[in-house]
Design a protein around this ligand. Structure first.
Ligand SMILES: C[S@@+](CC[C@H](N)C(=O)[O-])C[C@H]1O[C@@H](n2cnc3c(N)ncnc32)[C@H](O)[C@@H]1O
Length: 210
């Protein structure tokens, strides 16, 4: 939960409706809470899952994967034979993610890449059906510039934290908020994208290309 965008009582209500997660996702949620890992959580996990399912995405690139929580939601939606590219700058996160993904039964669909996601995408040839951006917020404009040409026509681009606890409203001085503000202007002024920011948790941008 985030509590700063949605009415907290309504947000609590929505989270109260969510079905229990399996043992692996539940353990990851506990770990993230305990060690302050900023994962998308189950409400946004379901949105990613739905987007991947509806679009039939099979080739997915994730920028900023941490312990693999969102990657598991995407990998489960994409199904057997799918290819999910996990990226994170922290090798400790990657080791933990490998273990969780194995236990979640999706490790064979996931390619684990460690380093700067904005550079790593250049190393993976071909187009993607879905790209999910969740890197450091000041990097969102650069991530979008790299992601957009790599998305197939009809593909989906999603990004988390696009309302950034409401800090996007008004003038901002921090690089993180300015990065998100610029990203939001870029997606809404793009001739290639049809974006919607869903005000769930911390705001999720969902955009279709073409
Ligand atoms: C918000 S967390 C990702 C959470 C994950 N998407 C989830 O919901 O399960 C952001 C992660 O991105 C990583 N990160 C930030 N900037 C990055 C970059 N440029 N390239 C790769 N990883 C990056 C951080 O190490 C951190 O683990």
């Amino acid at each position: 939960m985030n509590g700063k965008i949605m009415n907290p009582a309504v947000e609590k209500y929505i989270y109260g409706l969510l079905p229990a997660r399996d043992a692996v996702l539940a353990e990851m949620e506990r770990y993230a809470k305990r060690y302050d890992v900023p994962i998308i959580g189950p409400a946004v996990g379901r949105l990613l899952y739905l987007a991947a399912k509806i679009s039939g995405a099979k080739r997915i690139f994730e920028m900023g994967s941490a312990i693999g929580y969102s990657a598991i939601w995407l990998a489960r939606a994409a199904g057997p034979g799918a290819e999910i590219f996990y990226t994170d700058g922290d090798p400790v996160n990657e080791r933990r993610a490998r273990d969780y993904c194995k236990r979640a039964g999706v490790a064979e669909r996931i390619k684990f890449l460690v380093g700067n996601a904005i550079k790593l995408i250049d190393r993976v040839p071909g187009k993607f059906d879905l790209i999910f951006i969740d890197v450091d917020k000041q990097q969102y404009p650069a991530a979008l510039r790299k992601a957009l040409p790599r998305l197939r026509r009809g593909g989906l681009l999603l990004a988390d934290n696009t309302l950034w606890s409401g800090r996007v409203v008004g003038r901002a001085t921090e690089a993180t908020t300015r990065g998100i503000q610029q990203f939001n202007r870029m997606i809404y002024s793009s001739r290639e994208l049809f974006p919607v920011i869903v005000p769930l948790r911390d705001g999720v941008a969902v955009c279709r290309k073409g």
